[in-house]
Design a protein around this ligand. Structure first.
Ligand code: NAP
Length: 315
């Protein structure tokens, strides 16, 4: 019998009873790091959530641990180098997160452009204004969207933005093939050019040592004062302090954030700003997607023990 430790409570329908596997899951929302440390030595597999810290010292407690399957496409929460050194396979859940994350990105973009949440809050507080020169936003149609990281989610965002009549420019380490650029009507530009010319800038890179603070003071100073930044990637891709300063000084028009550098800590100076739209990491938070992610993470473990490892990030 293989023992699978599951860090977080997940929807029950995504975890069927499986012959040959015992699933150890928390009674409440999540195991604490102390509970994980005491349970891990007796487990063969570990299903972590994208926000479960999985450092080297935790991995090293897993005497029988063979596989860590992360519920999430991003796996910056796991010390993958340490896992590789310890001979532990790490898997993730790509693809199923693409469409919901793109949907949230577009929802944030439209909300920022038209001040929907701001107007809603004003209405609830009976402080709305009705004048024709009040509540003025910005057209999205005809505007330039700069996409940083043109992978699965970046492309899914581009597809939706194209349907809204936006122009697409993108930056990644690699220029896409001509056929893909044609399909998305997307133009490859430098990061500097993207920051200078975009009306909306949307981040879709993984968090790695290369992308940590990819957007800092220097990059934000290149932006149009009317530009909006949207981050549904990972918080630390943006230097949060530099972003707060740019927003305070109105060097950019606003920012919509799903992710934070010190998540779940969100600084008061960010919360207090009027030119931000903040949500608590809800990119994949739909019942369908969270079910798909959990089922895929479990499948990764089962396939590993069937001798057919899939979605391995450290092959
Ligand atoms: P993906 O298909 O691997 O795309 C990532 C893109 O980033 C690639 O185009 C890659 O292209 C580019 N990239 C990597 N390193 C870069 C660098 N140093 N500079 C510039 N571009 C770089 O990944 P995905 O499925 O779209 O997911 C992207 C990220 O979104 C995930 O890693 C995760 O952190 C985040 N995410 C967040 C949520 C949420 O709930 N908010 C949900 C899902 C995913 P090159 O290699 O050519 O540079």
């Amino acid at each position: 019998m293989k023992r699978i430790l599951v860090a977080h409570a997940l929807f029950p329908e995504s975890f069927p009873t499986l012959n040959g596997f015992e699933i150890i899951k928390p009674q409440k929302s999540a195991f604490s790091s102390e509970e994980l440390a005491s349970l891990l030595p007796t487990c063969d597999a570990f299903i972590s959530m994208f926000n479960t810290p999985v450092p080297a010292h935790l991995l090293s407690l897993g005497k029988n641990l063979k596989v860590v399957s992360n519920v999430g496409v991003g796996y910056n929460n796991i010390d993958v180098d340490a896992a590789t050194r310890l001979g532990i396979t790490v898997c993730n859940t790509p693809d199923v997160v693409t469409e919901p994350t793109a949907e949230l990105t577009i929802a944030l973009l439209l909300d920022m452009a038209r001040g929907i949440t701001r107007s809603h809050v004003a209405m609830q507080q009976k402080q709305e204004k009705w004048g024709v020169l009040e509540n003025i936003g910005m057209d999205v149609y005809g505007k330039t969207l700069g996409i940083i990281g043109f992978g699965r989610i970046g492309k899914a965002v581009a597809k939706r933005a194209l349907a809204m009549g936006m122009r697409i420019v993108y930056y990644s380490r690699t220029k896409q093939a001509d056929a893909i650029e044609k399909e998305y009507q997307a133009t490859y530009v430098s990061l500097e050019q993207l920051m200078k010319t975009s009306d909306f800038i949307s981040l879709h890179t993984p968090l790695t040592s290369q992308t940590h603070h990819l957007i800092g003071k220097k990059e934000l100073e290149l932006c149009k004062p009317t530009a909006y930044l949207i981050n549904t990637a990972r918080g630390a891709v943006v230097h949060e302090e530099a972003l707060i300063e740019a927003l305070q000084q109105e060097k950019i028009a606003g920012a919509a954030l799903d992710v934070y550098e010190f998540e779940p800590q969100v600084s008061d100076s960010l919360r207090c700003l009027t030119n931000v739209l903040l949500v608590p990491h809800i990119g994949t938070a739909t019942r369908e997607t969270r079910n798909h992610m959990a089922a895929m993470a479990l499948q990764n473990v089962v396939e590993y023990f069937n001798g057919n490892p899939v979605r391995v990030v450290n092959p």
